[in-house]
Ligand binder design. Structure first.
Ligand code: GLN
Length: 307
């Protein structure tokens, strides 16, 4: 029944060809824009899907909440919060901005915050390659299978990384980042280049929905208080400058990525993932947003609604 419902929902959004694939990363611009898939992973471990749920694409910004979770687990709340805030920015994901007064990035979902949380994953003193290893291991534990990196997407983004490098240098000038800031950007872009499928993303989201325990492998990936923190920040900041519209219309903690992935996690219930590469002006998947609007209203998933 659920697969039929999913297939029907995909059919309803398939005709919408508005939006563009991410142009600023040449390798992403060449993605097949027609790909479309959706997967549900329940907290009891059942996974349902329809469409392109086993097509690999790069995780991009959907890595941000998971790496934030790893940083909180590895370094503790105090160390991470001293460097990255939790306030919605109302700005684009790649805005060059810091919180006035503290000099911290506003939140871990925009690039300035995510580049900083990348630097805080793993114990202090790790080499850049060891940090990428820690993040690959951690995200693989969320997915329940070993994730690989797309080297060509990494190389393509690195050639056009001026904006992220500018953000990192600004963070360096405020002492938020220390050491080799270019190596941090390289590592952050590697993190964004990990390959996932909609099925993987649904399971990763379900791990958040399931208090930090992967519902398929049974592994505890991060502690429960970390999950609460991550889901709260996803709710207020996960959709960037569309976060308010999302919170009112869909009402599920969520995160988007510029390769076309979109996840939502409903505590105690379900992890949802969609994949469709054309993006709106905020960098969120057009058909993904429509699908989530449908899922939320059809199944009464809005967290502010009494079930
Ligand atoms: N790697 C991308 C960047 O840093 C991720 C952006 C995104 O998915 N919104 O620009």
């Amino acid at each position: 029944m659920i697969p039929d419902y999913l297939a029907e929902a995909l059919g309803e959004v398939a005709a919408d060809t508005t939006g563009e694939t991410a142009g600023y990363i040449p390798e992403l611009a060449t993605a097949d824009p027609e790909r479309l898939g959706a997967a549900f992973a329940m907290v009891d471990g059942e996974v349902y899907g329809a469409g392109d749920i086993d097509t690999a694409f790069t995780i991009q910004s959907i890595s941000k909440p998971f790496v934030y979770a790893l940083a909180l687990s590895d370094r503790g709340f105090d160390q991470v919060l001293a460097k990255v805030g939790v306030e919605p920015s109302g700005e684009a994901f790649n805005e060059i901005s810091l919180e006035s007064g503290t000099g911290r990035p506003l939140n871990p979902m925009i690039n300035a915050g995510a580049i900083t949380t990348h630097s805080l994953a793993g114990p202090e003193g790790l080499q850049p390659t060891e940090r990428v290893e820690r993040i690959t291991d951690g995200l693989s534990a969320f997915a329940g299978r070993r994730l690989k990196m797309d080297e060509s997407v990494h190389a393509s983004e690195m050639e056009h990384a001026h904006r992220n490098l500018a953000i990192a240098h600004m963070l360096g000038s405020h002492g938020v980042l220390t050491g080799d800031v270019q190596a941090v950007v390289d590592g952050y872009i590697r993190q964004c280049s990990l390959l996932v499928t909609a099925r993987d993303l649904a399971i990763m989201a379900a791990t958040l929905a399931n208090r930090g325990v992967n519902p398929l492998s049974g592994e505890r990936v991060v502690p429960e208080p970390v999950v609460r923190q991550v889901l709260s920040v996803m709710f207020s900041c996960g959709m960037y400058d569309a976060a308010g519209d999302w919170a009112t219309q869909v009402g599920i903690p969520a995160k988007s990525g510029v390769a076309g992935g979109l996840i939502g996690a409903l505590p105690g219930q379900i992890g949802i993932a969609t994949f469709s590469p054309r993006l709106d002006s905020h960098g969120n998947s057009v058909r993904g947003v429509s699908l989530f609007e449908r899922f939320s209203s059809d199944m009464g998933l809005h967290v502010m609604e009494v079930p």
